[in-house]
Design a protein around this ligand. Sequence first.
Ligand SMILES: *[C@@H]1O[C@H](CO)[C@@H](O)[C@H](O)[C@H]1NC(C)=O
Length: 332
Amino acid sequence: MASTTLLAVLLLVAASAAPARSCSPRDLQALLSVKQALGNPSTLSTWTPASPDCCSWDHLRCNDAGRVNNVFIDGADDVRGQIPSAVGGLTELMSLTLFRLAGLTGPIPACLAALSNLQFLTVSHTNVSGAIPESLARLRGLDSVDLSSNQLTGGIPASFADLPSLRSLDLGHNQLTGSIPAGLVQGQFRSLVLSYNQLTGPIPRDDARDEINTVDLSHNKLTGDPSHLFAAGRPIGKVDLSWNYLDFDLSQLVFPPEMTYLDLSHNLIRGTVPLSLERLSTLQKLDLSYNRLCGPLPKGHGVIKHGCKPYAHNQCRKGTPLAGCQDLEWSE
Ligand SMILES: *[C@@H]1O[C@H](CO)[C@@H](O)[C@H](O)[C@H]1NC(C)=O
């Protein structure tokens, strides 16, 4: 009995300490419009005026002021329609996630640019198509943008390079064309993924010194010499530039010693395997296959610990063929 009373008191205290959060009527209206525009999916069955505190609904969170700041709709196969313009009415939204929604079609609406507090935007694994709106770059607080695995076409807006806090950009698995805007591969990025598109032209040069964890530009039609990505003093973790038309001499390249992943396979890379590879002690993945590299192979442990596969299928055009990997392994 005493413990029941204690529990009741505790619950009372907890309830009165919790911030008063009744959902803003404006957000409630916007959410109901969003639900309707998505075809009233059963996934959003808790979104109903019958329970008027929208902060208690599924697939969203509110801030302490009772404003919706996070909406996440994922894995729902009954969602049908376009990204509703009513989303633009959720003006306190910090995070919007629309993930694995095969029935989500049409363009990314320009009205998303009204979400001036947005930091995290994910529209991924959907059938959203059309161009990436230039106006998204008005969202100065954007920290992370994931628009991967959609049907997006057109170019990468150059204005994305001006976003001051963008640390992660993933536009992979779309049908984007044109070149990579200058300044996009900037220091403030921790991760830049543009793989599986149809991007052309060179990888733009920049003077950034900051850390980059991941650069994945694989499976495009990029050309030229990307050596500047590995510039001395720039810590970089994972680099995947495979399946492009990169044509440059690898012989003298000095890789940053902290690299963990390096895939340059399926390009037109010339020269020899650089000596700096010997010092990459933390490298877990290496692939230089399907290029035009020549021999001889440096003998250091960093070169041979990955076996022979990373050097296979190189068609040396001028010089000694890149062979003898097996011999090196046995002599270790
Ligand atoms: C796009 O729509 C097609 C046909 O409805 C579907 O098979 C495919 O899975 C959808 N794509 C994605 C990424 O959901």
